[in-house]
Design a protein around this ligand. Structure first.
Ligand SMILES: C[S@@+](CC[C@H](N)C(=O)[O-])C[C@H]1O[C@@H](n2cnc3c(N)ncnc32)[C@H](O)[C@@H]1O
Length: 235
């Protein structure tokens, strides 16, 4: 392989987060295209960037953090008679493997192919499969519920809008997504970094959720998961 090709291949897969950040902030990289998003989150996964010893999806994805959520979620899914669920993104499936959900079909999706291969090997079965999908770019399967936890906080506003548009295009019925009603103003960040969001505030202006599912934990900013009918979300 020529030197230039080698360098390009290296940058695509191995560029550290700080370097992407630097290029973006200095306008040498104007936006994150699909390849960059993949490489940012692959790098986060590879280096355990969020630094939790139990879950590479971060401290919010541990068994103890999700106790209230694991209690509440099955009740809500029962109430809305959900039988199929797209968990997008599923991350490393660390806490979800402990959830007792009465579903005919569970699909876990993530942008990082290594996570998906590992999940499929460890947890795949006839009712549960894992797919490599970029929720901001790819067509998504039609399901009763799209469950979208802790990813909008890592996406730029425009990527959040792209994902919401993909959710609508999928013709799925409900969305359950992370939101922090305590946040007074949403701040745009580059994809790969982090800021908590209140989905009811600009620029998203989602309607009041039908219901809030408890996703709080001591020592963390107050977060909930809102339930919406996807047809009620106007973009
Ligand atoms: C903080 S983790 C949360 C995972 C999971 N929802 C949970 O509660 O444990 C965020 C995940 O989003 C994935 N991700 C980021 N951007 C994505 C995208 N555009 N499409 C699909 N997955 C994405 C990352 O790879 C990472 O696994």
């Amino acid at each position: 392989m020529g030197q230039q090709k080698k360098l390009k291949a290296y940058l695509k897969t191995k560029m550290p987060l700080w370097m992407l950040d630097f290029l973006y902030r200095n306008k040498l990289l104007l936006s994150y295209g699909p390849k960059y998003k993949k490489s940012v989150f692959s790098e986060i996964y590879r280096t355990n960037h969020w630094g939790d010893p139990e879950s590479r999806s971060g401290a919010g994805s541990t068994i103890s953090y999700t106790a209230a959520l694991r209690d509440d979620l099955p009740k809500v899914l029962k109430e809305i008679k959900a039988k199929s669920l797209l968990d997008a993104p599923c991350g490393d499936f660390n806490w979800m493997k402990e959830a007792r959900l009465d579903l005919k079909e569970y699909i876990g999706a993530d942008i990082v192919s290594e996570i998906i291969a590992e999940n499929q090997r460890k947890y795949g079965n006839e009712n549960r499969r894992f797919l490599v999908l970029d929720i901001t770019e790819d067509n998504l399967p039609q399901v009763d519920v799209i469950f979208c936890r802790d990813v909008f906080i890592h996406l730029s506003f425009s990527d959040v809008f792209r994902a919401l548009a993909k959710f609508k295009e999928s013709k799925s019925k409900y969305l359950i997504a992370s939101t922090s009603p305590i946040i007074q103003e949403n701040i745009n960040v580059i994809t790969g970094s982090m800021h908590n969001l209140n989905l009811e505030l600009p620029p998203f202006n989602l309607p009041k959720p039908i219901r809030l599912i408890d996703d709080r934990q001591k020592g963390f900013i107050e977060r909930w998961m809102g339930l919406w009918k996807i047809e009620d979300i106007k973009l």
